[in-house]
Design a protein around this ligand. Structure first.
Ligand SMILES: Cc1cc2nc3c(=O)[nH]c(=O)nc-3n(C[C@H](O)[C@H](O)[C@H](O)COP(=O)(O)OP(=O)(O)OC[C@H]3O[C@@H](n4cnc5c(N)ncnc54)[C@H](O)[C@@H]3O)c2cc1C
Length: 412
């Protein structure tokens, strides 16, 4: 006999569990299938574990330079096994919390691989579940490159790199998107010799050109070697040959060349959400899309903030300067070193760049401590059509990085 539900969801990552919780909130009966671990990539192999390790990396980097801050530290050393263990315990704690929330909300969570049979039936194990509606939230997997097949020992993907309990002496990172850039900064902070290879002309190619160039300066200052407009042409043993003729011999290779949607039976009438729909592959995109799907709350899919974590953070929203026609916009750029707070925090590296047109912000590109929080202010202004004159009426606390936004407004 088959069980009946209002909503059946395949995949318990951010898209799936968010849809499940909001659907229960609206009084629907919900069954949620997960073949691996609740929380999906974000919680188990993505956002959370990476940022947990990054926190240790940032702390270590700061402590290495802590003499200027009044600390005398002897025998500062990294115990990466402990860092990896803390990452596991953070992930486990959050996963248990999520499972409890799903249980308390009355979501039926079934740990099995599931497949849609048609628009209203899901097959999981020996059972068939009848659902008025089905959401497919099966996520994505790391993209493999033809000449860089993952062997999970030397050639790693983003899952493998999180399983390391020992730091390599050197690593070659293929791709300088968010994942590649974050890991480059993590490894460099831990004194691993890092080389990044990027096919595009500049690092972090999806960012505003000025941000990319600034990141290249940051990489140089952190002794992260990088090659742009370059690709891997061949591997023999540990020798990696690049298109520029260089040969490097890293301990490990991390391929961070994007992610591709995980396919399930393609059936008409199913709704795909999150990474599975192959759109913007970010957890907050998945979450907003899930909420929009279940509650109808509007989601401006063209206004999704991008954040690259590390010290300092990088964040942006809206139009990039290289996509705008000269003379059609105004621009203000200010260095975060002009802000008192950046000196208090010993983190003066960065810029706040705002692009505007007709008294409205059309894009913002920030490298700064707390950039992830700053970008939300700009997003609120853009999405609500708030004019620059109106923003100038706001009182910004001092000393903060937000003051950088306030001051930038007067330069437009
Ligand atoms: C290293 C890394 C760092 C990242 N950092 C960030 C970040 O800082 N910020 C950010 O916004 N995004 C980040 N992301 C991206 C983010 O993790 C994804 O966008 C997000 O997890 C997508 O959520 P989702 O629910 O669509 O899919 P997933 O999180 O992939 O969840 C899909 C779930 O479906 C399950 N599943 C698949 N097929 C089936 C099946 N047939 N039956 C049952 N279950 C199934 C999978 O096991 C998985 O648990 C990062 C990704 C990586 C890899």
């Amino acid at each position: 006999m088959s069980e009946k539900f209002d909503l059946g969801i395949i995949g318990a990552g951010p898209a799936g569990y968010t849809a499940a919780l909001h659907a229960r909130n609206a009084g629907l009966s919900v069954v949620l299938f997960e073949k691996d671990k609740a929380g999906g990539v974000c919680l188990n192999r993505g956002c959370i574990p990476t940022k947990t390790i990054l926190h240790s990396a940032e702390l270590y980097e700061e402590m290495k330079n802590a003499q200027n801050l009044g600390f005398d530290i002897e025998n500062l050393a990294v115990d990466y096994e402990k860092i990896a263990a803390r990452k596991d315990s953070v992930v486990e704690k959050l996963r248990k919390g999520l499972e409890l929330s799903l249980k308390n909300a009355g979501v039926k969570l079934v740990y099995t691989e599931a497949f849609p049979l048609d628009e209203h039936r899901i097959n999981a194990g020996d059972n068939v579940y009848e659902c008025k509606k089905i959401l497919v939230a099966t996520g994505a997997k790391p993209r493999e490159l033809p000449n860089l097949k993952f062997d999970h020992k030397f050639i790693l993907n983003s899952d493998d790199v999180l399983n390391l309990t020992k730091l390599p002496e050197s690593i070659l990172i293929i791709g300088s998107g968010a994942i590649g850039t974050e890991w480059a900064r993590i490894f460099a902070a831990f004194d691993v010799s890092v080389t990044v290879v990027e096919m595009a002309e500049h690092l972090l190619p999806s960012a505003d050109i000025e941000i990319s160039k600034r990141l290249e300066r940051i990489f140089k200052s952190k002794k992260i070697k990088f090659y742009t407009s370059t690709s891997v042409t061949g591997i023999t043993g540990n020798n990696v040959e690049l298109s520029n003729g260089e040969i490097i011999t890293p301990d490990k290779i991390l391929v961070a060349a994007g992610r591709e949607p995980l396919a399930v039976n393609q059936i008409n009438g199913l709704t795909y959400i999150g990474d599975a729909c192959g759109n913007i592959q970010l957890a907050h995109f998945a979450i907003k899309q899930a909420i929009a799907e279940v509650t109808g709350i509007k989601f401006y899919e063209n206004l999704v903030p991008s954040v690259v974590y590390g010290c300092p953070e990088i964040a942006w929203i809206g139009r990039r300067e290289q996509d705008l026609q000269e003379g059609t916009y105004e621009k203000s750029v200010m260095l975060t070193s002009a802000l008192g707070k950046s000196h208090c925090d010993n983190c003066t590296e960065g810029i706040i760049k705002i692009l505007a047109k007709d008294n409205k912000i059309i894009g913002a590109h920030i490298i700064s401590k707390e950039a992830s929080a700053l970008i939300q202010q700009i997003l609120t202004a853009i999405q609500n059509n708030i004019s620059i004159d109106k923003l100038k009426e706001i009182c910004y606390a001092h000393p903060t990085y937000s003051e950088g936004i306030f001051e930038s407004l007067f330069k437009l």
